[in-house]
Design a protein around this ligand. Structure first.
Ligand SMILES: Cc1ncc(COP(=O)(O)O)c(C=O)c1O
Length: 416
């Protein structure tokens, strides 16, 4: 009924029927440790979130053309977590919609069309946003209003450079892309990047790269749009992914963990940009900002705060990273280990000197971990980076189980 092309994880797909905290249960009652799902950031089916959802769904749920306090309470709480220059919120339902809206706001304010993205990214599925996705190519190809730059990979580094020189070299690609727009008569609007380059494979960003590339964007009259759909809500051990660079975006987009599974997303931005847009452009979203979504969003913020999940992501994240580095010291196949908070990338290689990616082993390990009750996935330009992003309530005991199971799988020990 669903047609072909509906992507499923694993050679033997998993049929899940229940979730609780960091655990997922399949139809046969088998338990899996969830090391993959960033959306249920507070843990699967968190009782406080479920209660907020049920209670508001049983009271009233309309849309934002009627007065409602939930959206104001939510906007006030959420905006309080950003730099004071980011003082407006517009709500939608998916990360794709939020990015689509951010593009509209940026294009409206700059009068430009041209957008820069990286060459191994994903920002969503609308026609406009899909033009800025490079891990899948749109059938119609890319328009003249899109330029791609290399993501700032410091492991397979551009021209073998390192440090500031590497950051400079990648940033110069941004400058060249802006020049190319100008040469082709396309007015520049901005650059959209995930501030931790999550879909690219979570690189260690070379020094100076963010400052310089965003400097080039702003000098040319463009806007910096940070896609925080994956990086936001404590994932990196800080509230927002962009905090690490110290650069406040002009617009940023939120999604996935925002509703811990309930579809809510948003654009946060500078008041001048959003007010200017709203004064003349129509934007209404039937479900965006409804009372149930806002009640859920508030409950998610409450749980993250009350359970100290941002600090937990940082502390447990450090333990996992240490454990992965120890595995790296024993297994040649692990070329590079990267991590921020509870988000990890393990770059698998056939040879540490050539750094030739090992996508086959990444697939085998992902499947074997699933067979042993641990869910994770893989990502990156070469599909060889093990990707782990457990719910933020992940504990050190969960970390021990993950690391010891991965150790067994890397060692090729027989499954239990
Ligand atoms: C960085 C990033 N932005 C945007 C999206 C799109 O979000 P959604 O699937 O909710 O539309 C994704 C989805 O994977 C993503 O990874």
């Amino acid at each position: 009924m669903l047609g072909p092309g509906n992507p499923l994880f694993y050679d033997e797909p998993v049929h899940l029927v229940r979730g609780e905290g960091v655990w997922l249960f399949d139809a046969d009652g088998r338990r899996y440790l969830d090391c993959y799902n960033n959306v249920p950031c507070v843990g699967h089916c968190h009782p406080k979130v479920v209660e907020a959802l049920c209670s508001q769904a049983g009271t009233l749920n309309t849309h934002t053309r009627y007065l409602d306090e939930h959206i104001l309470d939510y906007a006030e709480r959420l905006l309080g977590k950003f730099d004071e220059s980011l003082d407006r919120l517009m709500l939608a339902c998916t990360g794709s919609e939020a990015n689509d809206l951010a593009l509209r706001i940026a294009r409206f304010n700059t009068g430009g069309e041209g957008f820069i993205c990286t060459n191994a990214t994903y920002h969503g599925n609308t026609a406009a946003v899909y033009q800025l996705c490079s891990i899948f190519e749109p059938f119609e190809g890319y328009g003249e209003n899109v330029r791609m730059v290399s993501w700032p990979d410091s492991y397979r580094a551009l021209d073998g450079l390192s440090g500031e020189a590497l950051g400079d070299a990648y940033a110069l690609q941004v400058k060249a892309a802006i020049q190319s727009f100008e040469d082709n008569g396309v007015k520049f609007a901005g650059m959209i990047i995930c501030p931790i380059f999550a879909n690219e494979g979570l690189p260690n960003i070379p020094p100076g790269y963010m400052d310089k590339s965003i400097g080039y964007v702003r000098d040319a009259g463009g806007l910096y749009v940070a896609d925080e759909v994956q990086a936001g809500f404590g994932r990196t051990g800080a509230w927002w992914g962009h905090e690490a660079s110290g650069i406040t975006p002009d617009l940023l987009t939120l999604g996935k963990p925002m509703g811990a599974g309930h579809p809510i997303s948003g654009v946060v931005g500078r008041g001048d940009l959003i007010d200017n847009f709203r004064r003349s452009e129509m934007y209404f979203n039937t479900y965006g900002g409804n009372a149930v979504s806002c009640a859920v969003g508030l409950a998610v913020l409450d749980v993250i705060e009350n359970e100290g999940l941002v600090d937990n992501a940082s502390a447990v994240g450090d333990c996992v990273l240490q454990g992965f580095k120890e595995l790296q010291s024993r297994y040649e196949i692990i070329g590079d280990v990267r991590g921020r908070g509870l988000f990890f990338g393990m770059d698998l290689v056939k040879d540490r000197d050539t750094k030739e990616p090992d996508a086959v082993e990444a697939k085998r390990i992902t499947n074997e971990m699933r067979n042993r009750g641990i869910l994770m996935s893989k990502i990156g330009e070469h599909d060889n980076v093990l990707k782990l992003r457990p719910p933020l309530c992940f504990s050190t005991e969960n970390a021990d189980l993950l690391i010891s199971t991965l150790d067994d799988v890397l060692a090729g020990k027989a499954g239990k």
